[in-house]
Write a protein that binds this ligand. Sequence first.
Ligand SMILES: Cc1cc2nc3c(=O)[nH]c(=O)nc-3n(C[C@H](O)[C@H](O)[C@H](O)COP(=O)(O)OP(=O)(O)OC[C@H]3O[C@@H](n4cnc5c(N)ncnc54)[C@H](O)[C@@H]3O)c2cc1C
Length: 515
Amino acid sequence: MRKTDVLIVGAGPTGLSLACQLIRYGIDFVLIDRKETTTPHSRAIGVQARTLEIYEQIGIAKALIALGKPAEMVRLIESGEVRGEAVLKDIGAGLSPYPYMLVVDQGLHESLLYKYIVSHGRSVDWQTHLDSFDQDSSGVTASVTNGSGISETIRAKYLAGCDGAKSTVRHSLGLTFEGDTVERLFYVADVRIDWQYSHEALHVCLARHTITAFFPMAGENRYRIVGTFPEGHAADEGEILYEEIERQIKIDTEMELNISNVNWFSVYKVHSRAVNEFSNGRCFVAGDAAHIHTPAGGQGMNTGIQDGYNLAWKLAFACKGIAGSDLLSTYNEERLPNAQRLLRTTDRMFQFGASDDWFISYIRTQIFPYVAGFALSLDTVKKALFPLVSQIGINYRESSLSVDDADFDVKAGDRMPFFRIGHNIYDQIRAPKFHLLTFGGNGTHKTARSFGELVDTHTLPLTDEIMAHFGAFHPFAVLLRPDNHIGLISNEISEEALREYFENINIRPERLRRS
Ligand SMILES: Cc1cc2nc3c(=O)[nH]c(=O)nc-3n(C[C@H](O)[C@H](O)[C@H](O)COP(=O)(O)OP(=O)(O)OC[C@H]3O[C@@H](n4cnc5c(N)ncnc54)[C@H](O)[C@@H]3O)c2cc1C
């Protein structure tokens, strides 16, 4: 019997990125996947700013950016004519070190994560699938079978089901997957396009019944096209030939375009569903195993990566024996409302993009293309829209891990705002532990000394930029969780306040010193 701390089932973006995080914490894992290797397909191509911030912590953000292309601008097209344009390349300027959406193949993205895992002396058990598992009070016992048909038992302290939309883990745990299936058939195609438009822009064609998007990808004139067939389209997913897709693109966009070199295409049904719970005992679900939605807004894969990021530090602390089920239960507490909110947002985005309703359709084709360019140039619109789409706005304000002891604009549960103090603040808080930050004070070194390995300390100036970001105009302190969300924010954080915070969430720093 193989023993490990965490058995991860599924090496898609969610499972691979969870494994990368566990490496940061020095936690042992076994990662299995029934496939032969990482996906060869482009699938989810939009990488959001929050994902890049997470990758910056493990040192792979630059490498991923080098594999893709930021979406620099958007052109809105209606009846074959450009009706509006907006610059996207710095739409989140001042809000994130990555103020744009990166466009990169999921295949290249997964390969990079896999390379990180291998470069740290770990691997994936490819061609190995989960057959069944049981859990008891001290762990999970799983039966897996490899590509040669040999079965093996793996004993783990915890199990993470990152096994996609048809998740065996979710089914075995008896979790529900409530929601709907979207009537329309979606298509994606990776192609070369020769047309009058320059390659740096995302092109969005708005039509009476649908929306068709062309994402610029790395490579000369290469684009990913995403669109839908009209409601009631007769054929089934498996029956549609590429020629039908091309015909639909030409009808919907009314554009002069020459499509060639079709690398890959796929037709699929989209569902909008989420689990009722993200965990059951020692088992957790993450990514598509826990929530699936329309591709509107490029949220799916990024949300899975954030699930793993939220779960990783909690699993790590539990494996090290300094936290237990109380901390682990906050994974469900924090990620379930986020998934439910996401479903509502992506459903609304999809409704706006493809609804047949005459009023929505009128706004989509006759008003939106003309005003969107101007609206996106306004600072207030950028500041509202970018946090939503880039996922930097996700917060855990309602979580039992969030304690506000002051009335600032930034609250406990928010992601640490981005700012520079000569250097990027995120460069200073990469270590996989809590961080105590004192702004305009000098007491942190003394306060946190007795928390040794668990908390590091930073004394920072209270600049005008920091005051504006936080809405705090006198010295204050912040306790950041290892995932850089704020746990505690107060005018001052004393040693006693820190101790009380950890006691309330059942984290025992003294056990870390012993382990
Ligand atoms: C054609 C297509 C286009 C898409 N386009 C977009 C897009 O434009 N934007 C977007 O946001 N999302 C898109 N998606 C969705 C996106 O790809 C997923 O959100 C993302 O892959 C989810 O990652 P994941 O790791 O959670 O699951 P997956 O990528 O599905 O990975 C799950 C892994 O688990 C493995 N597995 C399953 N069962 C077992 C088992 N019993 N034992 C061992 N291994 C198992 C599978 O082999 C797989 O590798 C698209 C998906 C498809 C199919």
